[in-house]
Design a protein around this ligand. Structure first.
Ligand code: NAD
Length: 255
């Protein structure tokens, strides 16, 4: 049986990288409806087009409360309910504590922290209706578990997503909403976000090598390998898992 048979899912940041890989995997695993959202409607349309008719592509800025309300309401209007929300949209602006400007700090928190907060709040609003429940999967990072001196704002934002996940999980459990909330913590995955970081570096080939060897498995992840973990946490296979953090990091945080 397909692992997401009958489920309606919303995925943010679906135009690229991990979000796009998750969208393709969810479609292949029998999702009955997909609401794919991103800031970039053209790139999103290209991801959505091959995935069939039960896919809606929406322009959506995750930092905007009103956009979130529209996206969640659109999912319910089109498919009748929402079973899964994947908060995947994110940005990474490099900088240590001495270099990071307040503007970069705020931009990072707006997407990676405020965006996940708004996504969780909307998910709970919609999923608790009728007692159906659902699953929220927040894409944090290994940078939400351990520090990286060159990513001050990013680490803070991903740490916020990690602990917000646990707070949401406990609230929903106590209220009996049947809503699970878990976080996924990738290390370096070969996506446009990381490729841009490599291209910006002084020695791209050395940087690529360094990122590969940051993980004990000696390579970067493929976006599909992160999507596989998201699928598990979105599906009923993880029915007894909530408030958990799943590192998909080739062993990086085991050391
Ligand atoms: P990506 O840049 O390929 O994709 C991110 C997507 O988010 C883009 O399509 C972008 O348009 C969208 N986005 C950015 N700001 C947005 C906003 N305000 N509203 C809506 N959409 C917005 O990056 P990715 O590598 O696929 O990253 C996906 C998630 O995984 C991010 O949260 C990232 O922090 C996290 N992550 C990635 C890695 C990695 O190595 N690639 C590692 C750890 C965590």
């Amino acid at each position: 049986m397909p692992r997401l048979e009958g489920k309606i899912a919303l995925i943010t940041g679906a135009a690229s990288g991990i979000g796009a890989a998750t969208a393709a995997l969810f479609a292949a695993e029998g999702a009955a409806g997909l609401v794919l959202t991103d800031l970039r409607p053209e790139a999103l349309a290209a991801v959505a087009a091959p995935l069939g008719e039960r896919v809606v592509a929406l322009a959506h800025d995750v930092t905007r409360e009103e956009d979130w309300r529209c996206a969640a309401d659109e999912a319910v209007a089109r498919f009748g309910r929402l079973d899964v929300v994947v908060n995947c949209a994110g940005i990474a602006l490099p900088g240590d504590i001495e270099q990071t400007t307040l503007a970069d700090w705020r931009a990072t928190q707006a997407v990676n922290s405020d965006g996940v907060f708004l996504g969780c709040r909307e998910a709970v609003r919609v999923m608790k209706e009728g007692g159906r429940g659902g699953a929220i999967v927040n894409i944090s990072s290994v940078a939400g578990m351990i520090g990286d001196p060159k990513l001050a704002a990013y680490c803070a934002s991903k740490g916020a997503a990690r602990l917000l996940t646990k707070s949401v999980a406990l609230h929903c459990a106590r209220r009996g909403y049947k809503i699970r909330c878990n976080s996924v913590h990738p290390s370096f995955a070969a996506t446009p976000m990381v490729e841009a970081m490599i291209a910006r570096s002084r020695s791209p080939e050395r940087t690529r090598e360094g990122l590969a060897h940051a993980s004990p498995l000696g390579r970067m992840a493929a976006p599909e390998e992160i999507a596989a973990a998201v699928l598990f946490l979105a599906s009923d296979e993880s029915a007894f898992i909530t408030g958990a953090e799943l590192a998909v990091d080739g062993g990086l945080t085991a050391a």
